[in-house]
Ligand binder design. Structure first.
Ligand SMILES: [Zn+2]
Length: 410
């Protein structure tokens, strides 16, 4: 039985893709509704880098995801709490998400993919780290100790700490603290890690209930459990089933995330395994995916929301997404082109600026190029997922997919 506070958060299914798990729906949050499938724009440090919130709204974004790890380190979750939560703090009135910090903590040291120190007893060599490098994160059964990428200071996240931070950040949708593994880990390690993630999930439910009861007057935050299990069908199904049934003092998960290691070839398959086990009446989020073929594959298998930093990150390096594939505006063909980034695009950038101008801004390292390129790339992804949603409602998902992917070259 949901509590009265929990009823402030809900999901309603809409149309279905025939013979698949894919569907449209509506997530209702205290800060508004999200029509699904939906591409959630990432604002890591409570800002979509270089773009005003009013422009994020204008390009059609329904929700923004910020990062608990980054906001914990700077400015501190208490400061965001005092401001009234992350939406209020950043001037965004719509729905918000925060991730748990688990992925960032465990992948800290990007560039050294193995700078992820696991507890070592009885484990194989695939858990090694680069020799001579300081370990940035140490996982144990209770939580993760890590050093700040900003100043090297020591910190510790546990499931309870992650819940406390995410309650202070106040997003409408928050995620349970999980251990994110890699495809390089052994099967044995994946099993142990999944057990750990499931235990942490129950601790998150308990702490979420306590904080919800304590912080009276705050809008209800929907808590999503995160399904791990890497590329193993039995682990993914078990992880999903356990989270779906998890109940601590009547506190259950309001939705689910699919996290961890996913190979492109089996992304849709893994989503299917998980979503076959999850209840239909709760939303499902896929963490960190944005390539068009991946969006189609995941939506067909029942994913409702996505987030990914890729559209804005690549925009800042000059990459422009189009329905024909992506290209770099930094290169010679754009130097004298009066065409927009993409013919027919309805974004502010394409309606007002040429490739030649964007090429110039890139070469001159002008700050405006970050803004203009990000607006275009975010609009591309938001519009694509909106179009997929319309194709499901209209009963032509498979035709739309064939048409779109037929033109899109990676
Ligand atoms: Zn555009």
């Amino acid at each position: 039985m949901p509590t009265s506070a929990q009823s402030a958060f809900s999901f309603t299914e809409g149309s279905h893709i025939p013979d698949s798990l894919g569907r449209t729906g509506v997530i209702s949050t205290p800060h508004g509704q999200i029509n699904t499938p939906c591409f959630v724009v990432v604002g890591t440090a409570a800002t979509v880098k270089g773009v005003l919130p009013r422009d994020i709204e204008a390009l059609g974004a329904q929700a923004v995801l910020a990062n608990a790890y980054h906001l914990y380190l700077q400015p501190g979750a208490d400061i965001v709490d005092e401001a009234g939560g992350v939406g209020q703090f950043m001037g965004w009135s719509g729905p918000t998400f925060t991730d748990s910090g688990g992925f960032q903590v465990l992948s800290q040291g990007a560039g050294f993919k193995k700078v992820l120190a696991m507890s070592t007893a009885g484990l194989a060599s695939d858990e090694v780290i680069a020799p001579g490098k300081d370990r940035l994160a140490q996982v144990d059964d209770d939580g993760v100790s890590f050093r700040s990428f900003r100043d090297g200071s020591a910190h510790r996240f546990t499931p309870e700490v992650s819940m406390q931070i995410q309650h202070q950040l106040g997003a409408d949708i928050i995620f349970a603290f999980d251990e994110c593994t890699t495809l390089m880990n052994t099967r044995e390690y994946q099993e142990r890690s999944l057990d750990r993630t499931q235990t942490w999930a129950l601790r998150c439910l308990s702490e979420h209930r306590r904080l919800t009861d304590d912080r009276t007057g705050k809008p209800y935050q929907g808590l999503f459990g995160v399904v791990q299990g890497a590329q193993f069908e039995d682990l993914r199904r078990r992880g999903a089933k356990d989270l779906a049934q998890a109940d601590v003092d009547t506190q259950v998960f309001d939705g689910f995330g699919i996290g961890g290691a996913l190979e492109k070839e089996n992304l849709g398959t893994i989503c299917r395994w998980v979503n076959e086990e999850l209840p239909d009446d709760k939303p499902r989020h896929l963490l960190g995916i944005s390539e068009p073929e991946d969006l189609f594959a995941a939506i067909e298998q029942g994913i409702d929301t996505f987030d990914c930093v890729n559209p804005s990150r690549t925009a800042r390096n000059g990459r422009a997404y189009t329905t024909q594939g992506w290209y770099n505006v930094d290169t010679l063909p754009s130097k004298r082109s009066s065409a927009p980034l993409e013919d027919g695009c309805d974004c502010y950038t394409c309606e007002n600026f040429s490739r030649a101008y964007l090429h110039h801004l890139t070469r001159a390292k002008e700050l405006l190029v970050y803004t203009l390129m990000t607006i275009h790339n975010e609009r591309f992804h938001v519009r694509l997922v909106d179009q997929i949603r319309e194709s499901i409602d209209g009963g032509f998902f498979y035709d739309f997919r064939e048409d779109f992917l037929g033109r899109y070259r990676r």
